[in-house]
Write a protein that binds this ligand. Structure first.
Ligand SMILES: NC(=O)c1ccc[n+]([C@@H]2O[C@H](COP(=O)([O-])OP(=O)(O)OC[C@H]3O[C@@H](n4cnc5c(N)ncnc54)[C@H](OP(=O)(O)O)[C@@H]3O)[C@@H](O)[C@H]2O)c1
Length: 251
């Protein structure tokens, strides 16, 4: 019998991250979380032996501590996000996601795992792929995003984290494979049919919507479904609730 897959989740107390933790546990996987306060985790989860909780501020962990956390993991999922409010958006750490992604990749690299670790990062449709990709985005939208990245630290942070994976980790890394998930406006609600697109589908000024439960679902599918992983690795798929006649995934 194969051992259950083990997944490290950072940002697991967040609105999306908590759904990821619940769905991974419901699928029988072993889950490790690093949380600033375990009181923010749902109380019923605390009795599940397959959930291992480390209470710490992620960016304050040393390199050896991060290496211990990723050691033996099959996948790492980041649902980190800047806390809404002036301090969360403009205060430190402005590079939360980029710094966490970079340091976790370094920790994986230091472990030299026998098979590459899947790294899934929650991002946003505001993240733009350069070099002619995301061609459906208008010149005006690209100009708007350029300004947004300079004025709004979380937008810049998500963009830089994606660029780190695209440009520094790339597609030939021996130890890290990655997917950057780009949801549109986040909504509450259960898992519903949703679509996964290689490209932007909605304009920034007429946004689509994505249930957080659907973001969690696609992340869990990517961890557990090898063919879906092969299909999307090294890409920045856009995940939106299925309101059109596009191929849908879901319950
Ligand atoms: N809002 C939208 O409509 C939308 C749409 C698309 C994409 N996104 C992106 O999706 C991501 C997640 O969104 P969400 O709404 O699910 O996030 P969220 O509920 O705000 O959760 C953020 C998570 O990050 C953690 N965190 C924040 N600052 C931290 C720090 N300094 N050190 C360690 N952990 C820290 C929080 O921990 P604590 O619980 O300890 O605070 C929490 O677990 C964000 O990157 C956001 O840009 C958002």
């Amino acid at each position: 019998m194969h051992a259950a897959q083990s997944v490290l989740v950072v940002g697991g107390t967040g609105r999306t991250g908590s759904r990821v933790v619940q769905q991974l546990l419901a699928r029988g996987l072993e889950v490790r979380v690093v949380v600033r306060s375990s009181a923010k985790l749902a109380p019923e989860l605390m009795n599940i032996p397959r959930l291992k909780v480390t209470e710490a501020s992620l960016l304050a962990l040393s390199a050896p501590e991060l290496q211990r956390l990723v050691s033996g993991c099959d996948a790492v999922i980041s649902c980190l996000g800047h806390v809404l409010g002036f301090k969360g958006i403009f205060g430190a750490p402005r590079d939360l996601v980029t710094c966490a992604v970079t340091r976790l990749c370094e920790a994986i690299e230091a472990q030299r795992p026998r098979t590459p670790i899947k790294f899934i990062v929650m991002s946003s449709v505001s993240v733009h792929r350069s070099n002619g990709l995301d061609a459906r985005r208008s010149a005006f939208e690209r100009a708007f995003l350029w300004v947004l990245c300079r004025l709004v630290p979380p937008a810049r942070d998500n963009q830089r984290a994606a660029e780190f994976l695209l440009e520094q980790v790339g597609t030939r890394h021996p130890f890290v494979e990655w997917v950057v998930i780009r949801p549109d406006t986040l909504l509450e609600g259960d898992v519903t049919p949703y679509a996964v697109h290689a490209e932007i589908v909605d304009s920034l000024f007429s946004p689509g919507c994505t249930n957080m439960a659907n973001v969690a679902h696609v992340m869990c599918e990517l961890v557990t479904n090898a063919s879906l992983w092969s299909q999307w690795k090294y890409q920045l798929p856009v995940v939106v609730n299925d309101q059109r006649s596009t191929p849908a995934i879901g319950p």
